[in-house]
Design a protein around this ligand. Sequence first.
Ligand SMILES: NC(=O)c1ccc[n+]([C@@H]2O[C@H](COP(=O)([O-])OP(=O)(O)OC[C@H]3O[C@@H](n4cnc5c(N)ncnc54)[C@H](OP(=O)(O)O)[C@@H]3O)[C@@H](O)[C@H]2O)c1
Length: 442
Amino acid sequence: MPEKVRHDGWGCELSEPLRIALAGLGTVGAGVIALLDANAELIARRAGRAITVSAVSARDRHKDRGVDLSRFAWEDDTRTLAERGDVDVVVELIGGSDGPALALARGSFAAGKGLVTANKAMLAHHGLELARAAEAAGTALRFEAAVAGGVPVIKGLREGAAANRITQAYGVLNGTCNFILSRMEGEGREFADVLDEAQRLGFAEADPSFDIDGVDAGHKLAILASIAFGTEPAFDDVALEGIRHVLAADIAEAAVLGYRVRLIGMAEESGSGLFQRVHPCLVPVSHPLAHVTGATNAVVAEGDFAGRLLFQGPGAGAGPTASAVVADLIDIARGNVGPPLSMPSDLLTRAVRAAPGDRRGRAYLRFTVADRVGVLAEIAAAMRDAGVSIESLIQRGAQPDGSVLVAIVTHEGPERSVAQALERLRGSQSLVGRPMLMHILD
Ligand SMILES: NC(=O)c1ccc[n+]([C@@H]2O[C@H](COP(=O)([O-])OP(=O)(O)OC[C@H]3O[C@@H](n4cnc5c(N)ncnc54)[C@H](OP(=O)(O)O)[C@@H]3O)[C@@H](O)[C@H]2O)c1
């Protein structure tokens, strides 16, 4: 009997090395090389064959990256990596939704190569196109590192929970916001002050808006929602609200009420469609997400048979992110070339965007108001007229500027009613600055 030989998606025998090219040699790229070096033998045994680097590319050929690159061919133009005959899989670690990363991804599939990427921005915007291209080429597209860094949540949901109908997936998806909120909570400092420190310590970018305005978490949520709900990735459907307007006083009030403030990315099925939203929330201290601090990320998914699943771990950094990238490579080396998303892309549905306001829940509202008679009555009347029932109301004495802080927690009700109450108060002479609305994660 002739010995049966197994092949991967490219006709190579599974005993031959999987040959990769790396585009981008920054934090994650250098981390991938360090990991492949450190655990080469273990990886080869687990994958059934060695994973070897054929060629690399970045902007600056002469930069010291703490790893020996002299063993690999260098390409000045990242796009040529995909055209090399000694490359089976391209690893894209440049970043950015378009530009060289997208050109390389498209070029990889056109050349029949697999692609592993950590690029959430590219997948949130072009995930469907790339999944289709990978399927058409019969190659792999893997992106575990794009959501929650080292936490295997994509694999956990796509494979581990594949038999479940997921009703909710939500989590703490941005380490920078987590760092800032944790510091504000621990030290009672204001947002701008802590952001300044985070930038000096390297926890926040010089332009921090992607993180603090919820865009980064939104990219991850768009991918997560697609995997959880079998929908086409649709970043434009994600409503974004960041943490710029959270005051130290909000965090202090939340603590008094038994909550912590977290930036939560949430995708949830409702009667009218799919909610996808990133927003600061009050999380009960008894909830696991209340204990997620610093660069840790965590995702909760509710499966109809599995129940509540919690994925938690380091959401960034060279080691954790490289771990996820190399796990994808091992998967491909083993010949696991399934659909990139939760099912073949022509079976994914276009999610109907749930009507804003349809969701029910409790809310925290904070008003900074003028210290004069009748203000509380005006706020209470707006709530009553919009049909919002108040569970608790706290008024804190005069702030340094003479204003007063009013914090309200509502009973459960349609979010639409709370929005209507705020609309009634728009332009009121009693309010100093914009009110703060945070939904409560119950
Ligand atoms: N850092 C993390 O913890 C983390 C976690 C999860 C996901 N990710 C994702 O992983 C990807 C890489 O992140 P990173 O933190 O490693 O970024 P990084 O440290 O800024 O590295 C980016 C690399 O891309 C190269 N590059 C930039 N523009 C290029 C161009 N036009 N042509 C060729 N090379 C170019 C840079 O070259 P030079 O070095 O020569 O300038 C650098 O080596 C991003 O998609 C990011 O969102 C990162």
